[in-house]
Write a protein of this length. Structure first.
Length: 313
């Protein structure tokens, strides 16, 4: 093999080695992606005889097809770059000897991301599907949505994805960014930033139902007394949800029949819910459902409650 042929071979091999690192072959294609496709034919016997090079510049159509001049329209949607490359090699095998394909993503499609709740600019954002930095939750919330409001709970940002909830702690208190939580968002993710809630909620058959500021030293009995006490129409038991994140963490506490006050105490935390049902309301399943609905109302913006509940059914 002559020196010139060896140099050509080295140049070609280096080109493909570099391009393999430059292109993420796991990238999943879809309408709006624009591709540069290079087709080479290496016919090697004792030496590198020739190199054929042709560039195809095409955008995947809205119905998911790409036009390859030698074959016409081919379905590319939902294929990875690696899968499209393998398909083209198989097709070109019928036309040219030893086909080699390089695919570059010239322009990436945009995907929708929704941001709602306590951010400065909530709404729909169309982001490049290729740029991982642009799709990071930090970039979407801080750069695109212009950051948090003063009421935002930065320690528990929720990403709703395909009916599931992903809890992300972007910041510890004080303002310490957690790089490990900077997840990459996907198409149709809904990012929900709730407000910080530090109150205790006393609901149902008390004289003054409502929210009361959390005081570390205050007891359950203190809060009931601050709410004016339990009315005569109240039941003989009350429900206390002490963990805002755990729907099942509910205590059922009996009342002293004479004093109409709890016979035992539980430690309350910010966002605890105390619910006093009516005396005729015998089903605690109904009481728990009411308490969970109250919880949902505080956690999620109102416009999302029905959607999220439907997804969970």
């Amino acid at each position: 093999m002559g020196d010139i042929s060896i140099k050509k071979l080295v140049i070609v091999l280096c080109f493909f080695m570099i391009s393999c690192f430059a292109v993420d072959d796991s990238y999943v294609l879809g309408p709006g992606d624009t591709l540069d496709i290079y087709v080479y034919s290496l016919n090697m016997a004792n030496e590198l005889e020739k190199v054929h090079k042709k560039k195809i510049h095409e955008k995947i159509s809205n119905n998911g097809f790409i036009n390859i001049p030698a074959f016409g329209l081919l379905k590319a949607e939902k294929l990875s770059i690696a899968e499209l490359k393998a398909m083209l090699i198989e097709r070109y095998n019928e036309l040219v000897p030893v086909p080699v394909i390089k695919i570059s993503l010239y322009g990436a499609k945009e995907i929708p991301i929704y941001v709602m709740g306590e951010v400065m600019r909530p709404g729909l954002y169309m982001l490049s599907d290729k740029d991982l930095t642009e799709k990071s939750i930090y970039n979407v919330v801080i750069q695109e949505a212009r950051g948090f409001t003063q009421k935002a709970d930065k320690s528990d940002v929720v990403v709703n994805r395909n009916g599931k909830k992903i809890h992300v702690t972007l910041f510890d208190r004080p303002e310490t960014f957690r790089l490990s939580e900077n997840i990459v968002l996907q198409r149709d993710d809904v990012v929900v930033v709730a407000a910080v809630i530090t109150d205790i909620y006393i609901m149902g058959q008390v004289k003054y139902p409502g929210s009361y500021p959390y005081l570390p030293e205050a007891t359950l009995m203190d809060y009931i007394l601050r709410a004016g006490g339990i009315q005569d129409s109240g039941a003989d038991e009350i429900g206390v949800m002490t963990s805002f994140k755990d729907r099942n963490n509910v205590h059922i506490i009996k009342l002293d029949p004479r004093l109409r006050l709890p016979v035992e105490d539980v430690k309350l935390s910010p966002k605890s819910i105390v619910y006093v049902p009516k005396g005729f309301l015998a089903s605690w399943e109904d009481v728990l459902r009411l308490m969970q609905n109250v919880r949902d109302t505080f956690v999620y913006p109102n416009e999302l409650i029905e959607t999220i509940r439907t997804q969970g059914e």
